[in-house]
Design a protein around this ligand. Structure first.
Ligand SMILES: [Zn+2]
Ligand SMILES: [Zn+2]
Length: 303
């Protein structure tokens, strides 16, 4: 198996997977100990468990698991697994929208996490809902179609609430097949206001390797956006597999690390509660070739 194919398989010997969902998220069925055991087996030194919390009562992770239950699950697992060499951090993935920013701020005022991802997903009244999307987007220019999503990303970064912005261009998933990923990457300037907001706020940019599992075959965000973030002065980056199933644990994480290395980053940023840390990328990622090949399209990933 070539290095590139290995990059797109199960991650091994890596310092951190900072985006994981357990069965305390409504869309995952993985007990926390399953991830921990895989981490021991594969040499993934540190995990952030980032179960979903939603703030719109129509969304699936609204009141799905209590803060106390989520915290107990992670802290107990951390104590069980630390002696075996895996550090487990208590994180969260909060769905951001300006409509519930005040609730979200209040939540973070009351509850303390080691690490907080802020993500924009589709939302109940958004144009990106399946069934509504095709009619709305067809015939509109790309900039107009991206705008409602990116306006929320700009606000999420500007809120200053998050350690990192999750899967920045996951809107590509909603737009497929009306707009292809390559069309979107050719219009990288449309993402600049969002990238600048992330840079200016000091929030990190996440490279989320779940994109390699889906049509489109690139990380979220794709390499051209990561490169532009760097060019705009971005310094902070994170990487996670966003696993919701056992087989997705740390999957393609090495490819995500490599996207970061190729854009010029040498380290991840992370927070362990009160401690902000940087974690160096493994030397083999920094020394990697210039590109990765997408499993779905066979295209060269780094443009
Ligand atoms: Zn997400
Ligand atoms: Zn997630």
């Amino acid at each position: 198996m070539s290095d590139r194919q290995q990059d797109l398989g199960p991650g091994k010997d890596l310092p951190l997977d900072s985006h994981l969902h357990t069965d305390l998220s409504p869309d995952s069925d993985v007990p926390i100990d399953v991830y921990a055991a895989l981490a021991v087996e594969r040499g993934i030194a540190e995990l952030a468990i980032t179960d979903h919390v939603d703030f719109d009562s129509r969304d699936p992770a609204y009141d799905y698991a209590t803060f106390a239950d989520r915290e107990r699950s992670v802290r107990d697992a951390a104590a069980r697994w630390a002696p075996r060499g895996v550090e487990i951090r208590f994180g969260v993935e909060l769905t951001f929208n300006r409509a519930w920013e005040a609730d979200l701020r209040a939540h973070l005022g009351r509850h303390h996490y080691d690490f907080v991802i802020g993500s924009v997903h589709d939302w109940p009244d958004s144009p990106y809902i399946p069934g509504r999307m095709g009619t709305w987007a067809t015939g509109r220019p790309l900039g107009e179609v991206l705008q409602p999503y990116l306006a929320e990303v700009v606000a999420a970064a500007g809120s200053g609430l998050f350690d990192t912005i999750g899967h920045l261009d996951v809107v590509r998933r909603y737009l497929d097949p009306i707009f292809s990923s390559s069309e979107i990457f050719n219009a990288v300037e449309l993402f600049e206001p969002a990238l600048r907001a992330i840079v200016d706020s000091g929030t990190a940019l996440e490279v989320n390797t779940s994109g390699y599992r889906r049509g489109g075959g690139e990380a979220y965000p794709g390499p051209p956006l990561v490169t532009r973030y760097r060019e705009l002065g971005g310094e902070r980056v994170t990487a996670g597999s966003d696993a919701h199933r056992k087989g997705q644990f740390a999957w393609a994480l090495e490819a995500g690390y490599r996207v970061l290395a190729e854009a010029g980053f040498a380290e991840l940023t992370f927070r362990r509660g009160g401690d902000r840390v940087v974690i160096e990328l493994p030397e083999r990622c920094a020394a990697a070739g210039p590109s990765v090949v997408s499993p779905n399209t066979g295209r060269i990933g780094s443009l």
